[in-house]
Design a protein around this ligand. Structure first.
Ligand SMILES: C[S@@+](CC[C@H](N)C(=O)[O-])C[C@H]1O[C@@H](n2cnc3c(N)ncnc32)[C@H](O)[C@@H]1O
Length: 219
């Protein structure tokens, strides 16, 4: 089982609203308020918070449980939430595309990382902007061996741990609840290699936080 399927109903409580605010501020400051796409939208908190800013919003996630939860909370006709894998293109183009909070860290191969990034930049309308973030390698590897027991709102608990893998800059998240075990990998790449891929684009914003860098770029 994938960890997001297991934590979906507790996901919003566990997330850091500071990062959501960073994305919302950046988008409202720079985006043309027409067509928005959120990649790896999870529970679509960012897309739903932008319902009165954009004319049309598409938001997708590969995890069906996340999409189901997001759709349940979506009363808006111009916000379209669906299941899709970010490694595959869509037919539409957008004025603003965002992959917020670790989404690109789910790409476990640097060639796939680069082709996925460049594919989504090709989905931008003229003057469109693209935002994403990546966790730093040092931060990800510093999590190895971390474990915690988390209470949930319905008085259950999760056991949560982070395991080392044989791949550089990669960890495996393992979540256990009763006899259910769920796992997923997150990987990063050296910042120089990531920024090398971005050198062909215009950097509009680069926000370095302790654990990650948020990039906003233009073609
Ligand atoms: C940490 S969550 C971030 C969710 C959301 N963007 C937010 O800000 O709360 C990462 C999300 O990326 C999604 N994801 C991972 N691999 C994906 C893929 N190949 N295509 C689309 N979404 C993917 C996961 O299912 C998960 O919902």
């Amino acid at each position: 089982m994938n960890t997001y399927s297991l934590i979906v109903s507790h996901y919003d409580d566990a997330m850091d609203t500071f990062l959501y605010d960073q994305y919302l501020q950046l988008i409202k400051k720079h985006a043309i308020p027409k067509r928005f796409l959120e990649i790896g939208a999870g529970t679509a908190k960012i897309s739903l918070a932008l319902h009165d800013f954009f004319q049309h919003i598409d938001a997708f996630d590969v995890n069906k449980a996340m999409v189901k939860n997001a759709s349940k909370n979506n009363p808006y006709k111009h916000v379209n939430i669906f299941t899709h894998d970010m490694r595959q293109p869509l037919l539409q183009t957008y004025d603003c595309i965002a992959a917020p909070i670790d989404v690109f860290n789910h790409l476990s191969d640097f060639t796939v990382f680069k082709t996925t990034l460049s594919m989504w930049l090709d989905h931008l309308n003229p003057n469109g902007i693209f935002l994403f973030d990546v966790l730093k390698c040092d931060y990800l590897t510093s999590l190895e061996g971390y474990q915690e027991t988390l209470p949930t709102i319905d008085h259950q608990t999760f056991q949560w741990r982070v395991e080392k893998t044989d791949t550089p800059c990669q960890v495996q998240y393992v979540l256990e609840q009763d006899s259910i075990i769920a796992k997923h990998y997150e990987r990063s790449y050296p910042i120089e290699d990531i920024e090398d891929c971005l050198s062909a684009y215009r950097m509009i914003e680069r926000i370095e936080l302790e654990e990650r860098i948020i990039y906003m770029i233009k073609k």
